[in-house]
Design a protein around this ligand. Structure first.
Ligand code: AP5
Ligand code: ZN
Length: 218
């Protein structure tokens, strides 16, 4: 299965990706996680994108398209993959189409802006694995520690409220048009276009997972 998760920052893409990838035995490809790893390593790519990411802007389409094309050509993607945080602009979606990458499903997780601001203020992450927690809604077993490794959890640089508001503005401007883009394509050419599903992302993590798995059942 080849799947795109679409949704605002903090909608729960990373959270739900963990369950979907386990269920369908496909790798999670989070462009945000890949870029954060590059920043941490201090690689050439990391140096290029660090400031843009911390400010909540988008890195250039060319750079991200090359990164994803290279990643999905790896052997572990032969039986499918989940794209989390990509595409995020119309040119990124068009690049996949032009490269002949057939996607089976686009799944939108819809959450209001106000809910998002409070979610991201309480988010904690385990940087090495990308596992995501929330201090109230999805707490780790032991406060401040990753469930699997016991390593320290951190707050993301871009989760400060002013940066979150900027990321939301960027989402509405650059990424939200993909909702229409995929819905329109599915109407015009249902054979070639991915199936479009929308899930309301407000509710407990388990409830959302139930709806997500239901949507992807057939
Ligand atoms: P990226 O890492 O993709 O960030 P994002 O899209 O802003 O999404 P988030 O990771 O913030 O949210 P999420 O939807 O995964 O939510 P999560 O599951 O963590 O990108 C970061 C940056 O990289 C971008 O700003 C950009 O600079 C760059 N970038 C990446 N891809 C790019 C691209 N394609 N093009 C250009 N630039 C790119 O959940 C959030 C919180 O809510 C957690 O604490 C979680 O525990 C909690 N939560 C989850 N579900 C629920 C629930 N149902 N109820 C209550 N709380 C919940
Ligand atoms: Zn994420």
């Amino acid at each position: 299965m080849r799947l795109i998760l679409l949704g605002a920052p903090g909608a729960g893409k990373g959270t739900q990706a963990q369950f979907i990838c386990e269920q369908f035995k496909i790798p999670q490809i989070s462009t945000g996680d890949m870029l954060r790893a590059a920043v941490k390593e201090g690689s050439e790519l990391g140096l290029k994108v660090k400031e843009i990411m911390n400010s909540g802007g988008l890195v250039s389409d060319d750079l991200i398209i090359d990164l994803v094309k290279e990643r999905i050509s790896q052997p572990d993607c032969e039986n499918g993959f989940l794209l989390d945080g990509f595409p995020r602009t119309i040119p990124q979606a068009e690049a996949m189409k032009d490269a002949g990458v057939k996607i089976d499903h686009v799944l939108e997780i819809a959450v209001s802006d106000e809910e998002i601001v409070s979610r991201l203020a309480g988010r904690r992450v385990h940087p090495a694995s990308g596992r995501v927690y929330h201090v109230e809604h999805n707490p780790p077993k032991e406060s401040g520690k990753d469930d699997v490794t016991g390593e320290a959890l951190i707050q993301r640089e871009d989760d400060q409220e002013s940066t979150v508001r900027h990321r939301l503005a960027v989402y509405h401007d650059q990424t939200a048009p993909l909702v229409d883009y995929y819905q329109q394509w599915a109407k015009e050419d249902p054979q070639a276009a991915p199936e479009y599903h929308r899930v309301e992302g407000t509710g407990s993590v388990d409830e959302i997972t139930g709806q997500v798995l239901e949507a992807l059942k057939d």
